[in-house]
Design a protein around this ligand. Sequence first.
Ligand SMILES: [Cu+2]
Length: 284
Amino acid sequence: MLKRLFALIPAGFTYLLAGQALADVEMRSSQWQMWLQKPMSESAVLVHDLNLGLMILETVIVLFVLGLMVYILIRFNEKNNPVPSKNTHNTMLEVVWTALPILILVVVAVPSLKALYFTDSNPDVEMNIKVNGNQWYWSYSYPDNGDIAFDSIIVPDGELKPGQPRMLSVDNPLVLPANTKIRFLIASNDVIHNFAMPSLAIKVDATPGRVNEVWTEISEVGNYYAMCSELCGVNHGFMPIHIKAVSKEAFAKWVEEAKEKFADNSSSDYPKTVRLAEAVNNAR
Ligand SMILES: [Cu+2]
């Protein structure tokens, strides 16, 4: 009995380590996570650093205001200050408490606008991806790679394979080359959806009738998970986004396979209504 228990220990460690490794490699939230996902693109690093800087600044301001309030409560209460001052104005103080917040906002605006312009568009992109939101799945197409087009539909709970995270896995992930500048052109076929990927600092509305743009350069090969981030109807929670970042060579190989696999899909908004209805019913 004891021997069998001991035999289980290495298996347990392997399980724990595998779980840990999965949490590190797979870009999704982990249990008790208190901070952002690890930034995996230049834009994400910029946004991450901006967030950290702002948090520090905000903490200093909150502590300063709290300190002032505590001081006023103690120093100027009725017991400690029985005869109140009759002063109502102090020009110097008023100038300072108007000018200082303006100055802080100007200081904050500089890195904010820098990050905003950097993440918005990049003239040197190497390839484009069209992203289309649908109720309730995503369609992707590759205009620069033989116009491959396919739908990406959630894997229902009963059909999950080992290693596929629940509610985040899809039948056809968005395969992308890592270390490549990619532009996403994002639109919708019905209502407003939102194409998001926390570890790449992407969150862009997919709006019917207009094309929104964002770019990225994924820094590492791996699986990246997210979900539609705009409440878009009853199955909003069942349209995950799975980006599978691969090496440039593996991507070139995948493109050749995908051209055959998705040969019947004439356009990106080709609706596989029957498959979708099944998937949605099973996921519920
Ligand atoms: Cu949606």
